[in-house]
Design a protein around this ligand. Structure first.
Ligand code: NAD
Ligand code: TYD
Length: 337
């Protein structure tokens, strides 16, 4: 058995990745290290907590003492670094914590991985490091980095630290840059779960500007499979874009959600635009498709329907996420630390 350290495994994508590893592979044990910020919820993993291949440790990736303790639980074959502050609007309100976790935290995990001889280090990055597109074109791995939000800048900084670790120390580092994910267990501050949650309660749906901004949407399990494939087969030092070839204007996504939920468009509220709001993201994932044979499996129409149905059934989870009471689960499950 090889052990994979997953940082940030109690968040949206990390929890889906852990569940996928347990369901679809047999050769890995998983150690999940997460500091359980507002976005980290162990309820996301409640169904697999007792799996003998899975264990959890509460640790902050920017804290050397707790991270050394995590690495001492090894030997670790690989590290997949999901842990991050991930919400653009929060980064506009308070950039400092984004630098601490996303930049300093990534450097610390890189350093420890090198010191402990970890064989593969994968940084889970974002297409937002490339900045914004006009009406045409797509980001390739050669597109210059031009981040516009503090979140994107902190992720770009982490990507460059990964590059430096590879160039300077020949550390076996891989970077994936993915477009916007949707699916189960996403914190309801991001566009799709926020709109579903508000619509379910007949609350207004806040659309920034005129809703003309465009995002490329990928089902989270397709992203998780890409991460695993790059981890197992990718070439160290290489960057892999991950995307869905699935561009949508925000307003059209919001209308689709209302339509699926049989709610009126009168719930839409056009509100003040996000400062520095990137106009359009579109990603070219030819490298990943041609070199590693990855393809998205989930088509968007059925994927978004399944996601809406999932959130409809998660009334308690949604309520816990929104009122913060999910944090009680940790004490109940693990006691006070
Ligand atoms: P999320 O906010 O849902 O989860 C982040 C997790 O990291 C949480 O469990 C949180 O508790 C944990 N965390 C935060 N700070 C930490 C710290 N200092 N130490 C340890 N754990 C910490 O985010 P997500 O949407 O699951 O994103 C995961 C990763 O994927 C991030 O690196 C993000 O930049 C990247 N990404 C996200 C998307 C997307 O659409 N959500 C797209 C591309 C890339
Ligand atoms: P978000 O889910 O925050 O992802 P990101 O900014 O990382 O792409 O936002 C997706 C798009 O939806 C983005 O263009 C901003 C827009 N948006 C709204 O219009 N209203 C909202 O309340 C939120 C959270 C986002």
């Amino acid at each position: 058995m090889k052990t994979i350290l997953v940082t940030g495994g109690a968040g949206f994508i990390g929890s889906n990745f852990i569940r996928m590893l347990l369901a679809e592979t047999t050769g890995y044990d998983i150690l999940n290290a997460d500091s359980l910020t507002y976005a980290g919820n162990l309820e996301n993993l409640a169904d697999i907590t007792d799996d003998p291949r899975y264990s959890f440790i509460k640790a902050d990736i920017s804290d050397p003492v707790s991270m050394e303790a995590v690495f001492n639980l090894g030997p670790l074959w690989a590290v997949v670094n999901f842990a991050a502050e991930s919400h653009v609007d929060r980064s506009i309100a308070d950039p400092g914590v984004f630098v601490r976790t996303n930049v300093l935290g990534t450097q610390l995990v890189l350093d420890l991985s090198r010191r402990y001889g970890v064989e593969r280090f994968q940084q889970v990055s974002t297409d937002e490091v490339y900045g914004s597109l006009g009406a045409t074109g797509r980001f390739t791995e050669e597109t210059p980095l031009a981040p516009n939000s503090p979140y994107a800048a902190s992720k770009a900084a982490a990507d460059l630290l990964c590059r430096a670790a590879y160039k300077t120390f020949q550390q076996p580092v891989l970077v994936t840059r993915c477009s916007n994910n949707y699916g189960p267990w996403q914190f309801p501050e991001k566009l799709i779960p926020l709109m579903i949650a508000n619509a379910l309660e007949d609350k207004p749906l806040p659309v920034y500007g005129q809703g003309e901004n465009v995002r490329d949407w990928l089902q989270v399990e397709d992203h998780c499979r890409a991460i695993l494939q790059v981890l197992e087969q990718g070439e160290p030092g290489r960057i892999y874009n991950v995307g869905g070839d699935n561009e949508w204007r925000n307003i059209d996504i919001v209308r689709l959600i209302l339509h699926e939920l049989d709610k009126p468009e009168s719930l839409i509220r056009f509100v003040k635009d996000r400062p520095g709001h990137d106009q359009r993201y579109a990603i070219d994932s030819t490298r990943l498709q041609e070199e590693l044979g990855w393809r998205p499996r989930q088509d968007f129409t059925s994927g978004i329907r399944a996601t809406i149905t999932w959130y409809r059934k998660q009334v308690a989870w949604l309520a816990h996420m929104r009122d913060g009471s999910y944090r009680d689960y940790y004490e109940h499950q693990y006691g006070k630390v």
